[in-house]
Design a protein. Structure first.
Ligand code: FAD
Length: 116
């Protein structure tokens, strides 16, 4: 990893962005209003245009065309991001993540309290 005062490389930017996206999904409402849904769709659809890694952005744009975002609830949105992240994991030859554990990882922490 680069020293902390350096601009982020693709890896550091990816970790920061996934932290933001999964955490935002973890705190998204169970029953979002139309306005909240529209804001989330805007955020997701802005990524292919703005994410500062052009091949990441381009592939992500293709993936969201194949699997349009499900912004209907916290649970469904969290799963949707988990599945998109897993597609990137597969592309990079990384292990896939068990999406049943997404709340443990991004919202509640492990049951042993080690993150409390
Ligand atoms: P990351 O993949 O960043 O994951 C961070 C943490 O999230 C992991 O430690 C794990 O605890 C958890 N996690 C892992 N998988 C999941 C999941 N499915 N659901 C929930 N939590 C999970 N890099 C490229 O080289 N090429 C690309 O095309 C590319 N596209 C990207 C597209 C987007 C939209 C984003 C946000 C990032 C992209 N990246 C890409 C970056 C890449 O996904 C990783 O962030 C980077 O390689 C660092 O990986 P990492 O192993 O540190 O963990």
């Amino acid at each position: 990893a680069l020293p902390p005062h350096c601009p982020p490389d693709v890896e550091a930017l990816g970790r920061a962005t996934w932290s933001f996206l999964h955490t935002t999904a973890a705190y998204y409402p169970t029953r979002p209003t139309p306005h909240q849904r529209a804001n989330m769709l805007n955020l997701i659809h802005a990524l292919p245009a703005l994410y500062p890694c052009s091949n990441c952005a381009e592939d992500f744009g293709d993936k969201i065309k194949e699997n349009p975002p499900d912004v209907s609830s916290r649970e469904r949105l969290s799963r949707w991001f988990c599945e998109r992240h897993n597609e990137v994991n597969e592309k990079l030859g990384k292990e896939t993540f068990d999406c049943a554990k997404v709340d443990e990882r991004w919202k509640d922490g492990p049951p042993d309290g080690s993150c409390d």
